[in-house]
Design a protein around this ligand. Structure first.
Ligand SMILES: Cc1cc2nc3c(=O)[nH]c(=O)nc-3n(C[C@H](O)[C@H](O)[C@H](O)COP(=O)(O)O)c2cc1C
Length: 230
């Protein structure tokens, strides 16, 4: 790790470069590296292999708080977060998702990921949130026009917070596709989903199953997302 410069003497923050990732470390703290926002954005990558290690409650509280502080249309603040770390509840959701997909008609014109979900589910081999020990499900009001936008803002905030806290994360869309499935709705209502709410996204969280235990933070080149400057 190469020390680059003293960033702010009053807070004794030092910038360091580690594996192409620029990080700031608060000296005298537990030694944990603290990212700035742009670093957290550029180094956030999807994690799809997780260790079966429990995620500390304190970290989960920081992550869900980051989600709760996301912007919402008209300051609606109608996102509803379900932080699920109970293994039996995650297993039940996986079972219900697999059953729902397995019963779907497989058509050529379906979205590629949806086709894949149906095919794997029919083989009894589908784990929509991988091996993540935590799934944060985010619901919002069914009749609210910004429901998915508000949920997506919260999910991105949570993924960035997870990155800063050395946790892997992945945006998970399947519960949104299945958000009118009666069996899933009944189960989620048992967890506290209100009658007028539906799920619009979820995020898988956990320690990445990598050699270092840290999430992959390799910046991925941009191949699209065009920009026009006027
Ligand atoms: C709206 C949305 C839905 C996504 N749904 C899924 C999903 O259901 N399962 C999954 O593994 N990844 C999902 N992803 C993650 C993308 O596949 C991923 O962000 C993309 O391939 C770029 O990779 P990166 O996150 O490592 O930069 C989703 C991402 C977004 C923004």
């Amino acid at each position: 790790m190469t020390e680059i410069s003293i960033w702010d003497k009053s807070e004794a923050i030092v910038q360091r470069r580690k594996k192409n990732v620029l990080l700031r470390e608060v000296e005298g703290s537990s030694g944990r590296l603290i990212m700035n926002t742009l670093e957290a954005i550029k180094t956030r990558r999807s994690t799809r292999k997780f260790q079966q290690k429990l995620v500390e409650r304190e970290k989960l509280e920081q992550i869900v708080e980051a989600g709760r502080f996301g912007p919402t249309g008209g300051n609606a603040q109608s996102n509803h977060f379900f932080v699920i770390s109970d293994a039996a509840a995650i297993a039940k959701l996986k079972e219900l998702v697999q059953t729902a997909f397995a019963n779907m008609e497989l058509r050529d014109d379906l979205y590629k990921s949806l086709k894949n979900s149906i095919m794997l589910s029919r083989k009894g081999n589908y784990s929509f949130c991988y091996t993540a020990p935590v799934l944060i499900v985010v619901a919002n009001k069914k009749e609210y026009g910004n429901n998915m936008a508000d949920v997506a803002c919260a999910v991105e905030n949570m993924m960035l917070a997870a990155n800063e806290l050395d946790l892997g994360s992945c945006y998970i869309n399947q519960l949104k596709w299945l958000n009118e499935d009666p069996t899933l709705l009944e189960y989620l209502r048992g967890l506290g989903l209100k009658d007028d709410e539906r799920v619009y996204a979820s995020v898988a969280i956990g320690y990445a199953d990598t050699e270092s235990g840290l999430p992959n933070r390799t910046e991925a080149p941009r191949t699209g997302n065009e920009v026009v400057w006027v």
